[in-house]
Design a protein around this ligand. Sequence first.
Ligand code: SAH
Length: 345
Amino acid sequence: MVELLSLTQSELREFLAPLDKSAFRARQVGEWLSRGRKIPEMTNLPAKLREQMSEIAVANPVSVREVRRSEVDDTEKFLYALPDGNIIEGVLMRYHHGDTLCLSTQVGCRMGCRFCASTIGGCARNLSPGEMLGQVACANRHIEADGRKVHNVVLMGSGEPLDNYENTVKFLRLLNAPERMNLSLRNVSLSTCGLVPQMRRFAGEGLPVTLSVSLHAPNDEIRRKLMPIANAYPIAEVVSAAREYVEKTGRRAIFEYALVRGMNCELRHADELAQLLRGLQCHVNLIPLNGVRERELMPPGRREAEAFLNRLELRHISATIRREMGADIEGACGQLRRSALDKDR
Ligand code: SAH
């Protein structure tokens, strides 16, 4: 089956050419695709063409299986089904700067971070560009009746986007394409655990996305305890690749730092982090660890987190503590998918 949402506009024209000679067909289909419609719903196409297309293609491979809405803050968590029976998840957050969709790039993840639920069952497979774009299309369709639209996209759901490099880059180009989502890449953040060669390659793609780097530690010793990837790339190289990204793209770098009790949140760790990031145009996002059922790690207390923040600011590092959203709906990475898998067993 061809996934129409994975095709660029010129690939779509090639796909349609043997079926229909009309010059405007690809434009019509493209409009329906960007609105998340299925082939039978493309009502301005001849019935015969829709039939022929349905035999060999699917418009959006993603369908919504369940939506949970947080009682606390209107955050919505989506559980999506894929054609091969896999399930993935995403979160839609309502911020003052617009609706923000957090999406998955792989089914599971193979990076093995110790605090993360997404990695527990390993990585089943990569998502296609259409399966990433399909998550945006589904969310848009879910909120269009309220006159809302996904305004920002963060690649912070399950999966390591740079471990699925080609598909992620094609997805970003489709997300930006005027014939598809027409979303400015300045409203997109890509989060990586720090795959250095891919970070360097990504800096050369000419895509103005914000790079978020999951640092989570001020030095290699602590980082290796939390993230196996730290055995492959030293922290100094990760920071230097982020620096190159900033220099090449003119975009800011964001460092994510999950605060883990007894591990990385003492004041001397804040000092070490400030030293590591000195002179780099960046922002540090402090995330009090979201306790995961399957994991033994815990967040620090509020006061310890605030002391860490103050210490970074004293050292002239711009930082904030991330506001927790959707805690009542298993908003953190991989949690809803895990509990759905548990239920299915
Ligand atoms: N693979 C990418 C993106 C996925 S996760 C990456 O590693 O950056 C998005 C962010 O959530 C990452 O910074 C990740 O480390 C963090 N994260 C995962 N589980 C978490 C948890 N239980 N508590 C707090 N942050 C978590």
